[in-house]
Write a protein that binds this ligand. Structure first.
Ligand code: ARG
Length: 359
């Protein structure tokens, strides 16, 4: 255990100090300090500089992310000193407001205290902003992805609203304490009603999506230290909403309705009605976000940006690993360069990892 930590810490500090052009002396001093801390108390703490570098590199190492060109432009908010559920909630509200930035989305991470034998902070939400899903006799109302978390919230005392796009409350837990549940103030929430540049009827579907995807259930691992609450966000790629969240049969499943409204032959596979409906739904998503001044990227631009990331990394002498199955966009994958080359899915740390659900 201790030996693993010593090793992981040293490996991280060496690469951190090398990339940040620290001197050999600074490196040796820091390694001594960390060794002493680990041997005397069983863990060590990162400096603010190490924390920021670690969070950024964890993004750079995220094999499934196509948006990594911007890894160095991550705002890191250090909330390690925060101790109560109330302060955590306050910090999460600040994160939402800062990251949303009235639509000019800023990639941001807020980092709470590291996991220790006597301290674990958990955010139960998958994303800070997410729509509820309710199981009913006629199927799921809202987002099927949220069904079990929604039930958890209701059991904790949340009042269900039974709408299609109800923003779930934040659920925060410190140690084994009873989790705290709080509603996100309306004023902090930005969402985009989805309409189509040509099809007037599209708005009658009453679709919308929230502006900022803030993943809040993954751990950030840096140099052997685990941050179990470290919510982070970028901006959306259109297909995440248009080709998955609103389209998947197991999510909002909107293609049949859109196909019908487009008067396509939804009885025939060879009419390619799903492909046509999908295309118009994605057009509508990009159009609506753009028109509302909310940051979003289309999958062609994102792939070009990823190419630039690969070139930059290559120049610096780092290899880029990737998870091909996640990197290819779900729409027109073969029109991007990513489709046509292999990637090695090697896991490098620092990185973001899944952790077991607390509920
Ligand atoms: N795919 C997830 C969603 O649709 C969001 C994952 C993170 N995406 C991002 N662009 N940073 O909600």
């Amino acid at each position: 255990m201790i030996n693993d930590l010593l090793k992981e810490a040293e490996e991280f500090i060496r690469s951190c100090f090398r990339e940040l052009n620290k001197t050999e002396q600074e490196l040796e001093n820091r390694l001594d300090e960390i060794n002493q801390q680990i041997l005397s108390q069983g863990y060590y703490g990162h400096t603010a500089v190490e924390l920021e570098y670690g969070a950024k590199v964890a993004w750079r190492n995220s094999n499934r992310c196509i948006g990594r060109l911007f890894w160095d432009h991550l705002t890191v908010i250090d909330k390690r000193s925060v101790n109560t559920e109330e302060e955590i909630i306050e910090a999460l509200f600040e994160h939402i407001e800062y990251a949303t930035n009235k639509g000019r989305i800023r990639p941001t991470i807020t980092i709470f205290s590291q996991k220790a034998p006597n301290k674990t902070v958990r955010i139960w939400n998958h994303q800070l902003v997410r729509y509820a899903g309710y199981k009913t006799e006629q199927g799921v109302l809202g987002d099927p992805h949220s069904v079990s978390f929604t039930e958890t919230c209701i059991n904790l005392g949340w009042e269900p609203k039974f709408g299609k796009f109800d923003v779930l409350p934040l659920v925060i837990q410190i140690n084994e304490n009873h989790p705290k549940l709080v509603e996100i103030p309306e004023i902090l929430l930005l969402d985009v009603p989805i309409r189509h540049p040509q099809y007037k009827w599209f708005e009658d579907l009453n679709l919308k999506w929230y502006a900022v995807p803030i993943i809040s259930d993954m751990i950030l691992e840096i140099g052997g230290i685990t941050y179990s609450a470290a919510p982070f966000n970028g901006w959306y790629m259109g297909t995440e909403i248009g080709a998955r969240n609103l389209a998947d049969e197991l999510r909002y499943n909107m293609l049949p309705q859109i196909g019908n409204l487009m008067e396509l032959d939804t009885k025939s596979n060879i009419s390619l009605w799903k492909d046509r409906a999908l295309l118009e739904l994605n057009t509508a998503v990009l159009h609506s976000f753009k028109e509302d001044g909310v940051s979003i990227v289309d999958h062609h631009t994102a792939a070009q940006q990823f190419k630039k990331f690969e070139e930059k990394e290559m120049e610096i002498g780092r290899s880029v690993s990737g998870d091909w199955t996640w990197l290819i966009p779900p729409l027109a994958p073969a029109t991007t360069h990513i489709f046509h080359k292999p990637y090695t899915n090697e896991i490098i740390k620092p990185n973001y990892f899944y952790q077991p659900k607390p509920y």
